[in-house]
Design a protein around this ligand. Structure first.
Ligand code: AP5
Length: 210
């Protein structure tokens, strides 16, 4: 069983690339951000607790996240491995993951801070199939109609505003970026330039994954 971690700042393109890489590797995408948004939408105890942190652009406590992942790896489709998008984000999360599943590749998608706000504030996604678009960099071919499934139900995230993005970036630099050295020390970190065209980055990631 081999698993992949996609790692990078908010707006680096983790979700965009995960949707593409999963088609090649067959590994199911596991996004803790998506899991938390589903919990918020469903009004679960986890969702109610997590929302306070998400709205403020802060990381949700490790115990909540680790419990979500422990449940997720029990699903039958996890048998061949998973592709984690936005998890782990702290050293305790990475340590917990190492006790649950073997991570063979960590792909760091590197994007300079000055690109992040424009990426996040222009993001929208299909409310039906979840594909992510951007007003300028990656729009739907037909205005407001999803290229993948034809839905016209386009959504913007509540935390995609400039103030929250700056807080999320700060949480990334303080709590998440040290993970790069942690995984480098294990010899499984691969750096990819995320400040390029989406297709080129996909190619670079596939090369990094062999
Ligand atoms: P989460 O949903 O994971 O948000 P994030 O990490 O802030 O990452 P994003 O989803 O914003 O960005 P992305 O890298 O996926 O970029 P995307 O592909 O969409 O987490 C949300 C919140 O949940 C966190 O703030 C935290 O509170 C909580 N949380 C989640 N996981 C947690 C954990 N493990 N521990 C604790 N708390 C946790 O791309 C962004 C935009 O750019 C899109 O519009 C896209 O079309 C465009 N784009 C993509 N690539 C390119 C490119 N190459 N060029 C131009 N535009 C591009």
């Amino acid at each position: 069983m081999s698993s992949i971690v996609l790692f990078g700042p908010p707006g680096a393109g983790k979700g965009t690339q995960a949707a593409r890489i999963t088609q090649t590797t067959g590994l199911p995408q596991v996004s803790t951000g998506d899991m938390l948004r589903a919990a918020v939408k469903n009004g679960t105890k986890t969702g109610i607790e997590a929302k306070k942190y998400m709205d403020a652009g802060k990381l949700v406590p490790d115990s909540i996240i680790i419990d979500l992942i422990k449940d997720r790896v029990q699903d039958p489709d996890a048998v061949k491995g998973l592709m984690f998008d936005g998890f782990p984000r702290t050293i305790p999360q990475a340590e917990a993951l190492s006790n649950i599943i073997e991570v063979t590749h960590v792909i760091a998608i590197n994007v300079p801070d000055e690109r992040i706000v424009e990426r996040i504030c222009g993001r929208y996604s299909c409310g039906s199939c979840g594909i992510v678009y951007h007003d300028t960099f990656n729009p739907t071919k037909q205005d407001g109609v999803c290229d993948e499934c034809g839905s016209t139900d386009m959504k913007r995230r509540a935390d995609d505003n400039e103030d929250t993005v700056l807080q999320r970036l700060s949480a990334y630099h303080e709590q998440t970026s040290p993970l790069a050295d942690w995984y480098d020390g294990l010899g499984i970190l691969r750096n990819v330039n995320g400040d390029k065209a989406i297709d080129e980055i996909t190619k670079d990631i596939l090369i990094a994954l062999n």
